[in-house]
Design a protein around this ligand. Sequence first.
Ligand SMILES: C[S@@+](CC[C@H](N)C(=O)[O-])C[C@H]1O[C@@H](n2cnc3c(N)ncnc32)[C@H](O)[C@@H]1O
Length: 266
Amino acid sequence: MSLLAASKIPVWIEDSIVASRAQVFAQQYQLPIVESPGEGVYLAFTQTGIRLVVGSGKSSQEVQASFVDGKADHRRKFGGGKGQSIAKAVGLSRGFCPHVLDATAGLGKDAFVLASLGATVTLIERSPIAHLLLEDGLARAQRTATDILDVALLEILQRMTLHQYDSCGYMDSHEDVFDVVYLDPMFPERKKSALVKKEMRIFHEVIGTDEDASALLPLALDRARYRVVVKRPKLAPFLDNRKPSYQLLGKSGRYDIYTNKALPNG
Ligand SMILES: C[S@@+](CC[C@H](N)C(=O)[O-])C[C@H]1O[C@@H](n2cnc3c(N)ncnc32)[C@H](O)[C@@H]1O
């Protein structure tokens, strides 16, 4: 059964130019197409991309994958480079640009940071909605980069390859070994969740909380040549109750690092 089957999120086509794309998606997951968006959650297909929207009017909130403006773009240009915790966690350095399997791709933000720093990233996302948003964000970035001839951005995007699978099945059935496997499953929301970012709250509502996340770690350890990196909220228990080899603190959370073998650059 598809992950969407229970939720039946309506699809709203804002502009006829994107109608066929919306119709294909709606048909594939048997989602209703609505004439006008209501108060609840819906998928908006617009000329400026696909958005997951909650509510209407001023209080509405929306999620869109975006790489050429806002935070992602700012972080790419001014973000602290290989000194960032995420770069240290995957072992990125001048002498080592790993091939990373991002097995919980979400909106592709972490993957974009890693690819911006030189890593090659295979992104896997199982949720049809998250995959749709991410695919759309990558396609829009590709068009912008082509239009404005941003060669650096084109190279980054070339290093990112997205697939729609369940990573457990993917890691179980594929022989491929990656330098690093990166995991950032959703963590159940706590009550006082002012710290949980807006888009994570919407994701929790629509996509769920990845209750099955523990199963990812043993499979990831089998697929990682050097290490598995697990991103966790600061106070969260270890994934699969396994103690990591060591930890790094990031701005908004921590990275638990499970090493299989020393990195090639020591
Ligand atoms: C917290 S989000 C990841 C955010 C991501 N790191 C980013 O930077 O945008 C977790 C995502 O992992 C996906 N996910 C969880 N378990 C998965 C699995 N077994 N296979 C593929 N995707 C999975 C969820 O659908 C969700 O989109």
